[in-house]
Design a protein around this ligand. Structure first.
Ligand SMILES: [Zn+2]
Length: 129
């Protein structure tokens, strides 16, 4: 039995080599949404919910076994960065330099007007932060 389990483990490891594996935030969210939809189905008994729960589950399974590791990694990075940027908007303003369009992140400080110097082209402009 021990031998059989070791062989099974070895076969699985061999089959998974070169595949993404799916241990990232994006897959965790897809699985969470799938479970949530199933829980909602159990509560409200709306049949479409159980079918809808298969979509994020299918995407999570696809990502786990995908061989395009770089693409899956980039998807996860974009997803995480989107929410990081969203959280940063609570504490910071994002302005664009009027001359070179460079994005500049300035901490919020309750309505004061400050002079901002663009780090790229050294253009000066005033903004209320
Ligand atoms: Zn600039």
């Amino acid at each position: 039995m021990q031998n059989f389990m070791n062989r099974l483990r070895y076969q699985l490891a061999r089959w998974m080599s070169g595949r993404y594996g799916g241990r990232d935030v994006l897959n965790f969210v897809f699985l969470g949404v799938s479970i949530l939809l199933d829980i909602l189905f159990m509560i409200f008994r709306i049949p479409i919910l159980t079918f809808a729960s298969l979509i994020p589950l299918g995407i999570a399974i696809f990502r786990t076994f995908s061989r395009n590791i770089q693409k899956r990694y980039d998807e996860n990075r974009k997803f995480v960065n989107f929410f990081k940027n969203l959280a940063a908007l609570r504490t910071h303003h994002i302005y664009r330099c009027p001359k070179c369009r460079q994005k500049i992140r300035i901490p919020r400080k309750g309505g004061k007007t400050v002079e901002i110097t663009c780090p790229k082209c050294h253009e000066h402009f005033r903004k209320k932060i």
